[in-house]
Design a protein around this ligand. Structure first.
Ligand SMILES: Nc1ncnc2c1ncn2[C@@H]1O[C@H](COP(=O)(O)OP(=O)(O)OP(=O)(O)O)[C@@H](O)[C@H]1O
Ligand SMILES: [Mg+2]
Length: 272
């Protein structure tokens, strides 16, 4: 069980996350929504200890995550893999090596320096790429892939760590709608098939509604909604986004019908 207990983060006089409390008592797919600056990234970064909380406690299965140091902290970070909007791959390195980087935390310096990977890890990496529908790209440089394919490589790298939790900070914000759907579906499948918890910061309401079991809405650092997607009414959304009368779902939507994807992308998705 994952538990946030009055977790607060301040930067100088600015409270980025304000006494956030919630529990996750079984594997779920959770979407965190809120406008820019609401504290979504800070919340995720505190969970995998990229940022230290100013006060409060985060615990997982009884372990006080906020108190971990050194090797214990690194071990937690590999159980709690993070993917980012900009993929954070090594662009000139081939796809399979990028995925194998997910094993870095448990390899010696020498094997890392000489890029020596056990056969077993290479097979696992290929299997994960296959699962994500991109094994054919394994020998290519990461930079040669489309954004959606690169994000799937980043997911594969996260899976190499065999994490309990996958954190995704705006995983589809740089993608066109078709690739966004493929990436969200991949995260959904990973949650359903592997029983991993996925927590994703999402800019759009419709994505949270479509893929998540639970939605957490943040406003000005505070959790102002925590519930089922079907309880996320337009009125609640207004409260989360602090929107005035001009609020419109369309402005927070990635509905595929509203866009005109490039032919390259259509071919890419059709190939899967
Ligand atoms: N390293 C930092 N130093 C100072 N202030 C920060 C830092 N990181 C975040 N903040 C501030 O904390 C608040 C929350 O930021 P955060 O990045 O968590 O928001 P967000 O909900 O992820 O926004 P976005 O949707 O734009 O990514 C903002 O006011 C931001 O300026
Ligand atoms: Mg953010």
């Amino acid at each position: 069980m994952l538990r946030f207990d009055k977790v607060t983060k301040t930067f100088g006089g600015n409270t980025a996350v304000d006494a956030a409390s919630f529990t996750v008592d079984k594997p779920m797919m959770i979407g965190i929504i809120g406008r820019s600056g609401a504290g979504k990234s800070t919340l995720l970064r505190m969970l995998n200890r990229l940022t230290d909380a100013s006060s409060g406690v985060i615990s997982f299965d009884g372990l006080d995550v906020t108190a971990l140091r050194g090797a214990a902290k690194r071990s937690w970070q590999s159980q709690c893999a993070m993917i980012f909007q900009q993929f954070n791959l090594v662009p000139r390195m081939d796809v399979v090596s990028n995925v194998l980087h997910g094993t870095l935390n448990r390899r010696s310096t020498v094997s890392t320096m000489f890029n020596l990977y056990p056969d077993e890890d290479i097979h696992r990496a290929i299997n994960i790429l296959e699962r994500l529908g991109i094994a054919e790209h394994a020998p290519k440089r990461a930079e040669a892939l489309s954004g959606g394919q690169q994000q799937r490589v980043a997911i594969a790298r996260a899976l190499m760590q065999d994490p309990r939790i996958i954190l995704a900070d705006e995983p589809i914000a740089s993608l066109d709608p078709m690739n966004a759907q493929v990436v969200m579906q991949s995260l959904r499948d990973i949650h359903e098939q592997d029983g991993r918890t996925v927590i994703a910061n999402l800019h759009t309401l419709d994505t949270a509604r479509r893929y998540c079991d639970r939605v957490i809405g943040m406003r000005d650092g505070r959790i102002v909604f925590d519930g089922l997607p079907e309880h996320l009414t337009t009125a609640t959304a207004r409260e989360i986004y602090g929107a005035d009368a001009s609020f419109s779902e369309a402005t927070t939507s990635t509905q595929i019908e509203t866009t005109d994807p490039a032919p390259r992308v259509l071919a890419d998705v059709a190939a899967q």
